[in-house]
Design a protein around this ligand. Sequence first.
Ligand SMILES: [Zn+2]
Length: 446
Amino acid sequence: MRWVAIGAACAAVAALTGCGLGGADPPRNVIILIGDGMGFNQIDMASLYQWGTSNWQVAVDPQTGAATPSPRTASQPFEDFTVQAAVSTFSVEGGYDPAMAWSDDQYLDEEPTDSAAAATALASGVKTYDAGIGVGPDGEEVALVSERAAALGKATGVVTSVPVSHATPAGFAAHDVERDHFHAITEDLLASELDVVIGAGHPFFDDDHQRTEPTYKYLSEGSWTALTGGTTPFTFLETKADFQALAAAEDPPDRVFGVSQVGTTLQARRSGELAAAPYAVPANDVPDLATLARGALNVLDQDPDGLFLMIEGGGIDWSCHDNAAGRLIEEELAFADAVQAVRDWVEEESSWDETLVIVTADHETGHLMAPGSETGWRPLTGSRGQVPAHEWGSEKHTNSLVPLFAEGTGAQLLADRADAVDPVRGPYLDNTEVGQVILDDVWGEG
Ligand SMILES: [Zn+2]
């Protein structure tokens, strides 16, 4: 592994001098958007479909390692952010070797992280084992950015397009030795200081937004009865109209727990041809991720001390596990809309001088590549309105680097941490450094 000194000196003293903040105040608000499973190629699948352009394509000669980039066009609403880097994602058991990643096609399929370990790393700065939720390698609870924000008096929330108790929102706000303990995790969320929990996992609806016999998979019957009976500290929401009203409310509730009326995902797992062009079959009539994000921000920004919000495009991962290109593109476009909603909020209700926005991923899913890339990485190509020709190398996660974009005050702290260099993706940091920057440099206890 090659290491270079770019920014290292600054990173080492940032906690003492605030050098990455350039003497500015730490951000009042931190918003992190996670495309679950969103590698570089997942982004470009959507850009090629939407605009016929791409930003991250490259041909790599597996013998020499020489990389030839395709013309770059930034077209997603996070691709013009000032800070852009790559992120390594491996769990406590793994590692990342750039030379192997670009010379041995199968290397990336070995020892990928899961979403629980990755969310915990991003939220706490600590590497853990797969399935660990807000706990370290020995199962010990670790401090989370949402908890630090609450301790600083800020409002906090998690929003997702998949079940509320799923790995990514859980890793940002709960503690459990096992990600599949959905009922206990929901109880953790209900007992936490979170002000907003919004996602899917409704017990009375299926993946097509149709009423069904109740299945208490993602929350227990007891939690459900408490939520709907009004015996929790949260205002309960479930209908599309509920969430639209929340996004527009003049006087929103102080704390909200929302479960959209779908079984697992807002859209990704609905019936119909999964690989077809986006929107080829009628979409579920439920709110989109951007609406959920607007509602969350409307609740959280009532707090004069600021806010922390995690927004997950979870359906990206579910679509990639299904090797469903059409659904992947839909989910990427929905995620981009959510990023745009956050940008609009920053520019209309806050400012980049007091807010840090981070867009990244927990890992890549599906080993998505251009046809023929097994014998040397090739660029994805395509034209507007068409699903680009592609191949899936797996139905699982990979150990690929993922992208990170950051804008606003404190964003430079993340760039300063990107002191390792991948021969193709350039400077990269580790996922734990995202949590460390927030907990140590931005919102440090000192
Ligand atoms: Zn996954």
